[in-house]
Design a binder for this molecule. Sequence first.
Ligand SMILES: [Zn+2]
Length: 475
Amino acid sequence: MNMGTMRAPTEARHADEPPATAGAAAYMERLRVQRNTYLERMVHLCAQAHPYAKQVLRDRGLTPDDFRTVDDIRKLPPMSKQDYMRDPESFRLDPARVTGLSLEERTIADIIYTAGSSGEPTPFYDTVHDRYARIDLMARATRIAGIGPADTIMNLFPLSVVPHQGFLSATWGPMAAGSKLLSGLTGRAYAGFPVHRRMDEAIDLIESQRATVLWGITSYVRRVIMRAEELGRDFSAVRLVMAMGEPCPTAMRDDMRRRLMNLGSGEITVNNGYGMTELMGPSTECRENGGAHLPAPEQFYFEVVDPETYAPVPDGARGLLLLTHLNRRGTVLLRYVAGDVVALTHAQCPHCGRHEPRFLGSPYRVDGLTKVKGTLVNPAVLLERLSGLLSRGVREYQVVISRENPRDPLAADVLRVRAACAASEQARLRQEIQATVRAETEISPEIEFLPEDGFAEIAGGYKFKRFVDERSDTD
Ligand SMILES: [Zn+2]
């Protein structure tokens, strides 16, 4: 890929970004100073107005003066996602308890929802201050992804039952980049207000407005591309896919690329970022598989630790991610364990020369490892192996773990692969799926074939559960 296309020569540089010519050591030092400054203010605010942090500080006999640098954050115990989900209100700054906050710092602008413990979504509060941080973060994320004013972006995140971050990211990102913005507004219809569009109408817009960027949840964007193939549409202006919210292994990127070429597209880049609500937006790649750059690293402090001992792991090694917000005014999380295992490198990017830390490889859930028939299975790896079958006739797939007798907790486990493909391909694919699963897990799978247009739930819009464990379905 030509690096000259990745960054416009006239791009504005953020005040917190040192020039690319600055050495890595100078960048890290400046980042550290900025983070320490933010931390001091953050801890002072939490000590006054953050119910959960106040309690922790009191229990440990700590005061804001104990937090001079980001290293001092280790004086706090890790906060679990369960704690936050149980009582999200106690993780918000209460503006009534702080004097001297500006109107921007205390006015609620948005509430974004993340998955909750009992199916009830968990609110994540943004004040206007946080909204500006979000726009700034997305401006930088789009710059890293090579999106600019010449682009026409189709936001394919659904207009969902509760607001999720993806829709906001793919709205503020294009607006901050000065791009033209289209929105599919797909999603579940709501009685009385006919605002939702069907997938085919979103496809019409992509074609007629000559969208250059498709941005949405990986499995849904792929579904849109497949539907456009069925309809024989012209997507020749598309040059970039922002595949977010789910992993997008190389075989799936290649599958999307091949299908887009059938729709008339030329060279296609598939950008797969890593993000979560608590990170306020996705990290994005400067080139495929080059690592996902954190767009606004001074807003956060990250620790990557051994999941058992919580000792820091070396730079670039895999470990559990702990996240600390340094500059928020709504929901604030300190030493927060989201449950993802990541690898984070602080080495200068060999592809674009930027200095922001990058996530390497695909993160996976620390609680995602699961035992099936006594064998430890990593769903992320199994799904990545199965994605190789996308180029060999499988149109879509899902792995379901259940028990032979659902009412008997001692009954044997069953690993079932559900695959959508043409009827004529079933015999061959049965062999290939069996071989793939056995090679990864030593388990013989049951295989269920669906018609080619199976998995209608993907068309519904939000995250497609590619791995379902029916033995303990809690979320
Ligand atoms: Zn880079």
